[in-house]
Write a protein that binds this ligand. Structure first.
Ligand SMILES: Cc1cc2nc3c(=O)[nH]c(=O)nc-3n(C[C@H](O)[C@H](O)[C@H](O)COP(=O)(O)OP(=O)(O)OC[C@H]3O[C@@H](n4cnc5c(N)ncnc54)[C@H](O)[C@@H]3O)c2cc1C
Length: 522
């Protein structure tokens, strides 16, 4: 059943926005309202595939500068409309879903780099710049931001800040919250508030850190000043195979706690190792899927190769994911592949490379040479924007990224897997390692006869997984944020701090205009 679009904002309101921003910067076109009705939250993708999206913006605006952002906020206040800041819509938790309609505030026209300071090693840019554009421009000048989310081609600087993003190289460069030095932020009453870009300031609480991860609920990021690095002089690649997950995780811990900082270090669990293939051969990758964070096509191709009979029996690829996962486990001997990449100053990376090999050898790891890691590097941003066929076949896929200390990480892996396995095919990799712990990235696939059933099952899987994660004192999100989907779990994770957050929201945004209903807020 295809949704009927509700009426857009009435012409008398649209005209006022057009008078302020210009006709080209305001849209109520049906196709735009469809596009801005969803982000990459799999539940909305299911509804999109079925034509049953439920929430649409009343209008979409494209301000060109901070003053126009302020003007949009003033108009939204005068017409009592919600405002939803929008980067590139790559969020995977429904963060931009206009659940109460309102003004979709797309920042992508604000895409300028304002300053690169090669002495302080900082960049100041407008919030709507796309990640890849920012990185390419920095590379052209001999620098890197060191921030490489898989979505770098389809996400913005402002979206990274708002959703506390992590790049694939966060073990070396940190997450976005480690990179941001100063912000320009428009508060819900239209005030432009700036935090000065000072190194490690100690002047009272950090307002910047409150904005980081606020996902559009407290106002709009319009500019950010971030740390940058000299472009790496050298990159080296390495891969190891470990006998089991626990030995691999122990290797990661030792690497990080011995002051080594590989830019990337990813350990695939046995099922994920089967999926990526242990060699560096390109045919193993199966090309790009719906998106790198859910490599659907790759999984489908590998599953068909590994257990063709199961497919013949189930006819539809999507029919029995949980059972397929169990069968597949029997094919695996439990080995786990780890890929590593070192980058930076030549002598330093040479030292890190050698010392890491030494640690992995000591744990009985088998050196698999550079190719598997080079293959990962070549494919790391392969993202297809086509809707995967699995969504049309009644299947759904999603990822869960949780994090915990080293002590709790193995228990976290066991608990979440055990919680999901009865309902879905699940595999995982460990990435984003730090001296005190790291994150686990679970990918699950399941199926249901229609979008409503799929949504119910999807919710049950998430509930089982996050309940299990919280039981072992892990955080419910390492970098995808909270959005619409994880609100109730944020409430539980924050405990006594949640009412403080609610109070802060009610003070900063007394009219509850900014991205209402997200992050577990009213
Ligand atoms: C293929 C794929 C791969 C991904 N890989 C990664 C990854 O490796 N690492 C990672 O961290 N994430 C990843 N993500 C998730 C997503 O890219 C991040 O959450 C990203 O930070 C969102 O940026 P965006 O500009 O698309 O924001 P949007 O999706 O547009 O918005 C996200 C949230 O931030 C708010 N927001 C956006 N811009 C602003 C602003 N200027 N001011 C205030 N609030 C704002 C929105 O209201 C919303 O709540 C991936 C997503 C996809 C689809």
């Amino acid at each position: 059943m295809v949704s009927r679009l509700p009426n857009p904002a009435p012409p008398e309101i649209v005209d006022v926005f057009i008078a302020r921003l210009g006709a080209g910067a305001v849209s109520v076109a049906d196709h735009d309202r469809w596009l801005y009705a969803r982000d990459m939250y799999p539940v909305t993708l299911m509804h999109y595939a079925e034509g049953s999206l439920r929430h649409f913006p009343d209008l979409i605006v494209h301000p060109a500068n901070t003053e126009e952002v302020v003007a949009v906020i003033d108009l939204a206040r005068s017409f009592n409309m919600p405002v939803i800041p929008f980067g590139a819509g790559s969020g995977v938790c429904g963060g931009t879903m206009p659940i109460r309609g309102g003004v979709m505030l797309d920042l992508k026209r604000m895409h300028r780099i304002l300053e690169v300071n090669d002495r302080d090693l900082t960049v100041r840019a407008q919030a709507g710049i796309m990640g890849q554009t920012l990185e390419m421009e920095l590379n052209r000048r001999g620098f890197t931001m060191g921030h490489f989310p898989s979505s770098i081609h389809c996400s913005t600087l402002g979206g990274w800040v708002a959703a506390r993003s992590a790049g694939q190289c966060s073990s070396k460069y940190g997450k976005i919250e480690d990179m941001v030095l100063g912000l320009e932020f428009v508060l819900p009453d239209g005030t432009i508030a700036r935090t000065p870009a000072v190194p490690h300031g100690g002047a009272g609480p950090s307002w910047q850190q409150i904005v980081l991860g606020s996902e559009g609920t407290l106002g709009v990021v319009t500019e950010a000043t971030c740390r940058i690095w000299p472009a790496p002089a050298q990159r080296r690649f390495l891969a190891y195979e470990f006998s089991d997950v626990r030995t691999g995780v122990e290797a990661m811990r030792l690497v990080m706690q011995n002051d080594l900082r590989p830019a990337a270090m990813r350990l695939y669990d046995p099922l994920d190792t089967l999926m990526v293939g242990k060699s560096g051969a390109e045919e193993d990758s199966g090309g790009s899927g719906l998106m790198d964070f859910i490599p659907v096509q790759q999984i489908e191709t590998r599953l068909r190769t590994l257990i063709p009979r199961a497919f013949r029996r189930t006819q539809r690829f999507v029919a029995g994911y949980a059972e397929i996962g169990n069968k597949l486990e029997k094919l695996s001997k439990g080995e786990c592949l780890m890929v590593l990449m070192f980058e930076g100053e030549t002598r330093l990376t040479d030292y890190e490379f050698e010392a890491t090999q030494h640690l992995c050898d000591r744990l009985g790891g088998i050196n698999r040479g550079p190719e598997p890691a080079m293959k990962w590097f070549r494919n790391r941003h392969h993202v297809s924007y086509k809707m995967s066929k699995v969504f049309y076949n009644g299947a759904f896929v999603d990822t869960i990224e949780v994090a915990a200390s080293w002590t709790r990480l193995p228990a976290l892996y066991d608990a979440v897997r055990a919680a999901i396995r009865p309902l879905a095919f699940v595999m995982a990799h460990f990435s984003h390692a730090y001296p005190d712990g790291g994150s686990i990235y679970f990918t699950f696939l399941s199926s249901a006869p229609n979008a409503t059933e799929a949504e119910r099952k999807h919710k049950a899987i998430w509930h089982a997984a996050l309940t299990a994660a919280m039981a072992v004192k892990a955080t419910i999100s390492h970098h995808h944020g909270i959005g619409l989907s994880k609100g109730e779990y944020l409430r539980r994770e924050l405990g006594e701090w949640f009412p403080v957050f609610e109070t802060l929201k009610s003070v900063m945004d007394a009219e509850n205009r900014f991205n209402p209903g997200k992050l577990g807020l009213a």
